[in-house]
Design a protein around this ligand. Structure first.
Ligand SMILES: [Zn+2]
Length: 287
């Protein structure tokens, strides 16, 4: 089981139940049913923990699945209030168990899709939630619309015993991490990795390996973690994408991860798949 955030959902999504109104009705009437209340990138709290109380009549519930005690979980969009806590903060402060945080990732991404896709992309008419939240149907033009997941490739690039890391301007001072970018339509994961690394730092890659993936609900990304072997080492940095990038010796990366770097340089946070990618890449290069 991966230790980064959002990747440890305990839910059985029970996709076959989404179109069965009788089963869904029973799940909603289950006295143990939990309702996650989402607003923007935040979730409603009550006295330091999640507010999971039953939703009053009228809200549109998205079925998330059943946990290992067979309690059904639902998500619903709510209005802004002081009880809303940002998901990012809950992750960083480790307020909730990793399993719960993973459920919230699913809830936040799905609620965001519904809130921002109220109208049919084809004809502009108001569409209706369907399949317990996994489809929107437009009766005006009889079209169906499905929730989005936006794939992002993120890669630790190595050459011999060195690793290539970059940093973006908004990041905390001294933090370096793996390069990343959105996949484009019609592109394989491998082609996306090669293109992004060429665009951002002008490096050609040889061998590419998949490591792991992480849902990243800001708002609906899937981080696809890869390790790539560089063919050349001369960097041409795209300064629109990166503040800087450079090669690090394995020893230096290890100090960055341990928080003992003499110049106070750091790797990303352990919540992020980037940290685990860098760790896996270090093991690969015998660091
Ligand atoms: Zn339509």
């Amino acid at each position: 089981v991966p230790h980064f955030a959002f990747a440890q959902s305990p839910l059985d999504r029970m996709a076959n139940s989404r179109t069965n109104s009788e089963v869904l009705q029973n799940l909603m009437e289950n006295p143990h049913a939990r309702w996650v209340k989402i607003h923007g990138d935040g979730v409603q709290m009550q006295t330091g923990t999640l507010d999971l109380a039953r939703l009053p009549q009228g809200g549109e519930s998205i079925f998330l699945g059943c946990d290992d005690t067979d309690y059904p979980w639902f998500a619903v969009a709510v209005e802004a209030s002081e009880a809303i806590a940002p998901l990012r903060g809950l992750m960083i402060d480790a307020v909730l168990p990793p399993e719960t945080l993973s459920i919230l990732a699913q809830a936040r991404s799905l609620v965001h899709w519904h809130v921002s896709h109220q109208f049919c992309a084809r004809c502009g008419a108001k569409s209706q939630m369907s399949d317990a939240g996994y489809r929107r149907h437009c009766t005006a033009c009889n079209s169906d619309h499905f929730p989005r997941t936006d794939p992002v490739v993120i890669m630790a690039v190595c050459h011999g015993k060195r690793m290539l890391l970059g940093r973006q301007k908004p990041w905390p001072e001294g933090m370096y991490s793996a390069l990343a970018g959105f996949l484009e339509p019609g592109e394989t994961i491998e082609a996306g990795v090669r293109r992004e690394v060429m665009e951002e730092v002008g490096i050609r890659l040889g061998k590419i390996d998949y490591v792991a993936s992480q849902p990243w609900p800001f708002p609906a990304s899937l981080m696809i973690g890869m390790i790539g072997e560089a063919i050349d080492t001369q960097l041409t940095i795209d300064e629109n994408e990166l503040e800087t990038a450079r090669w690090f010796e394995a020893d230096e990366v290890r100090m960055m991860m341990a928080g003992t770097h003499p110049d106070k340089l750091s790797a990303s946070r352990p919540d992020a798949i980037a940290w685990h990618l860098v760790k896996a890449a270090l093991e690969n290069i015998g660091g």
